[in-house]
Design a protein. Structure first.
Length: 223
């Protein structure tokens, strides 16, 4: 546990040093091109958050291996961008929601989008049932280990297909990607790529506009 805390402290220290270097470089460059600098900052932040979400979804149940780096990168962007820009309260009310939407949209929507495009309702065999306690709301949560028709193993959670009454050897149906890009889902996907693309694109454009305007406003403000 002590080693884990030390590693987390080192990660935070490195993240702080990285933010400080970015701030110093921006202070040297932005007086000449403040709006372009702000726009590039916003675009870079959006790409990092979308990339973190993409990696998290593609890794699926194996994302524990990359959880800490992805969390650190996301937190550095969400907290570091306002520190670099120093926006007003009104500007912050635009920038923060955009960052949050970008942070969760890929995690919440990419798997649905992939399954809605090429997912198939697939019969699978339950190989394991794991019960765990919900940390916030209480009650039991169930995760089922599954064997796909081609022999590959995977898992699914959720009360729709994996419950207290599910037993090893049961046959259930899930929505699975035949190319195994994303993890299967117990319920039918509802988010499509046009919807996901619209949300991500709108949040990115709004973020870029807001950061560009914020940096330009700072340049015009005396002192």
């Amino acid at each position: 546990m002590r080693d884990a805390w030390e590693r987390a402290g080192d990660a935070w220290e490195r993240a702080g040093d990285a933010v400080a270097r970015v701030v110093r470089s921006m202070q040297k460059w932005t007086p000449r091109r403040p709006r372009l600098a702000g726009a590039l900052l916003g675009l870079g932040a959006a790409l990092v958050l979308v990339g973190c979400g993409l990696v998290g979804v593609v890794l699926g149940h194996d994302w524990e291996l990359a959880k800490l780096p992805l969390i650190v990168a996301s937190v550095v962007v969400v907290l570091g961008l306002p520190l670099i820009l120093v926006p007003t309260e009104k500007q912050l009310l635009v920038i923060l929601p955009c960052l949050i939407v970008l942070l969760i949209s890929m995690l919440a929507g990419l798997r649905d989008a992939v399954l809605s495009l090429r997912g198939e309702r697939t019969p699978v065999t339950v190989t394991e049932v794991t019960r765990s306690r919900k940390p916030i709301t209480g009650g039991d949560d169930y995760t089922c280990g599954l064997r796909l028709p081609d022999g590959r193993g995977t898992s699914v959670a959720g009360t729709k297909v994996c419950t207290a009454y599910t037993r090893v050897g049961d046959r259930i149906h899930v929505y699975a990607d035949p190319h195994d890009l994303v993890a299967p889902k117990g319920t039918a996907p509802v988010i499509t790529f046009p919807v996901l693309g619209t949300v991500v694109g709108a949040a990115t454009l709004l973020l870029v506009a807001a950061t560009s305007r914020t940096m330009g406003h700072r340049r015009r403000t005396p002192g």
